[in-house]
Design a protein around this ligand. Structure first.
Ligand code: SAJ
Length: 415
């Protein structure tokens, strides 16, 4: 199995295609977006991710990685396309569907098809396998091999985690899983465990749902601590000293394109309401509104109140703004007639206009820290204080030190 076609060149597909090419495979990366292909052909990755550029360029320069809009015959097909959430909170599998149709056009007996995109249990066999059977007549397990191998990498650390994280591979039969393991073991240094398709699909959802539930617990703790006037950050720090407790940090909400979405995939077919998982989703979704209400309360008496939000991306030290809690905070504050300006030197493709540091702070009544970018550590707080009309800081991430901040004449509020 020498030639691999990676369908979908996004956050997972592009790094995976590049690494496979650097490990000796002939890789063809496919994307439907003409602009993406053009950019890649000019030697520039269309996504920002530490260490990706060098690995991508060496793959392209070696001639082992090509990119195209058009699929070709291959030994292996890897599907790494987005699986977003529909309005009614179900998996939108349309990209998986169209990728499977493309593959059907050139699949041959003995090939291996691997789905990487996060999907509800049953998708690999029923949807991918079903489409390929209908369009090409080839049956998964009998005529070709079919696997599910979910990505598990953390945005911001993708290149490291692709190589160093353990992987779980599900196969429609043992041979499918074993063959898929052969491909990934060319670059994965950690263990690769084999199972069946549905288990592998469910494991991926379980990992992200576990994190969402943990985050909901920590966000709810922050509300309860608020009631008792206890510092939630101290509580979590001390509780986590217990060898079997590991609570995540509360914050202004849970963003990104995985954690707020995948729990819905897990429960979408159950027909049960009010599950723990749904409740946790709702708690996390409520956080930007809770933050906004507090901001309004703090500055509503000012004449033409202005709030400055620090951070537009969905989490620290990356530029990705997809599903960022900041968007909901902006909307809420605007509804309440608060002037809002946002500062984030890392943010890419922000839906909301961003301001310079100076413009965002000039005449402001509150600085709301929403994302803990490391670069915010270099801020000259005297300069920040000097620009603001009212020196309020609302720190939703336990980023600043209260005593230090008060030394600049700020009133400090935290979650
Ligand atoms: N967050 C907090 N407090 C924390 C940790 C995170 O509020 O203590 C917030 C972040 O600010 C962000 C959101 O949660 O808004 C999600 O961030 P994250 O770092 O928890 O997760 P992602 O979405 O960047 O990546 C996750 C990872 N999954 C797990 O850790 C179980 C990653 O390994 C997955 O590959 C990725 O989802 C994915 O693609 O599924």
């Amino acid at each position: 199995m020498k030639k691999i076609c990676v369908v979908g060149l996004g956050y997972i597909g592009l790094p995976t295609a590049s690494i496979l090419a650097n490990n000796g495979y002939d890789v063809l990366g496919i994307d439907i977006n003409e602009k993406v292909i053009e950019k890649l052909r000019n030697g520039t990755p269309h996504i920002e991710e530490p260490d990706l550029k060098g690995i991508f360029i060496s793959a392209i320069n070696s001639g082992k990685l090509r990119v195209s809009k058009k699929i070709e015959k291959s030994d292996v097909f890897i599907i790494s396309v987005p699986t977003p959430l529909t309005e009614d909170k179900k998996a939108d599998l349309s990209y998986v569907e169209s990728a499977s149709k493309e593959i059907s056009k050139c699949i041959e007996k003995g090939n291996l098809v691997i789905l990487e995109s996060t999907s509800p249990p049953g998708t690999t066999e029923k949807l991918v396998g079903g489409i390929i059977l209908n369009s090409s007549g080839l049956k998964a397990g009998a005529d070709y091999l079919l696997s599910f191998c979910p990505e598990r990498v953390l945005p911001g650390k993708i290149m490291y985690e692709l190589v160093n994280n353990t992987r779980i591979i599900g196969g429609i039969n043992k041979e499918s899983a074993i063959k898929a393991r052969e491909i990934y073991s060319s670059f994965v240094k950690a263990e690769i465990y084999l199972t069946d398709l549905k288990t592998a699909e469910f494991v991926k959802l379980t990992e992200n749902t576990y994190r969402d539930v943990n985050l909901a617990f920590s966000n709810e703790l922050s509300l309860i601590c608020n009631y008792y006037n206890i510092n939630v950050w101290d509580v979590i720090r001390f509780a986590n000293m217990h060898p079997r407790v590991n609570i995540l940090s509360p914050g202004p909400g849970v963003g990104g394109h995985c954690i707020p979405i995948d729990p819905w995939f897990m429960i979408q077919n159950l027909g049960r309401e009010n599950t723990l998982i749904e409740k946790c989703r709702n708690i996390n979704n409520e956080m930007p509104f809770i933050i906004s209400r507090k901001v309004v309360e703090l500055i509503k008496d000012k004449k033409s109140p202005k709030a400055t939000l620090f951070g537009a991306s969905y989490k620290e030290d990356i530029g990705d703004t997809r599903e960022s809690p900041t968007v909901a905070v902006i909307k809420e504050l605007k509804k309440e007639k608060i002037n809002v300006s946002v500062y984030d030197p890392l943010a890419e493709n922000s839906k909301y206009e961003l301001s310079s540091l100076e413009d965002s702070l000039k005449g402001s009544d509150i600085l709301v820290l929403l994302v803990s970018h490391s670069i915010f550590r270099n801020l000259d707080m005297n300069y920040v204080a000097g620009l603001m009309r009212t020196r309020n800081i609302f720190d939703t991430r336990n980023f600043f030190k209260k005593d230090e901040i008060e030394g600049y004449g700020f009133k400090y509020f935290s979650l």
